[in-house]
Ligand binder design. Structure first.
Ligand SMILES: [Cu+2]
Length: 112
């Protein structure tokens, strides 16, 4: 599936079948990883994924939260209680992020 473009990839993800998609890079199945937001923490705070994988944040707190890249390159926008937001990471690297409402809430995603 190396010919698939990032835009097409994102479009298909939006259709809700992320778990069945092939990774853009290696022809393997892309995975969706879940990070729970509980008690003003991202759980896990540090997550290792593969390029092409998706991360879904689910907010279990009453307070609204976000997962916002330190470099502002991506943002789940505001997640209210029991809402979730997903970001797909196409490129290898390290992404650090925080919650816009609670600056002490931080997390890290390592994309291999
Ligand atoms: Cu927050």
């Amino acid at each position: 599936m190396s010919s698939i473009t990032r835009r097409q990839f994102g479009g298909v993800l939006a259709a809700g079948c992320a778990g069945l998609l092939l990774g853009a890079r290696e022809g393997r199945a892309a995975t969706t990883h879940q990070i729970e937001i509980k008690s003003f923490h991202f759980k896990p705070e540090r997550l290792v994924i593969k390029a092409g994988d998706t991360v879904e944040w689910v907010n279990h707190d009453i307070a609204p939260h976000t997962a916002t890249a330190d470099d502002k390159s991506w943002d789940t926008k505001t997640l209210r209680k029991n809402k979730s937001g997903s970001i797909t990471f196409a490129d290898a690297g390290t992404q650090t992020y925080y919650c816009k409402f609670h600056r002490k809430m931080v997390g890290e995603i390592i994309i291999e």
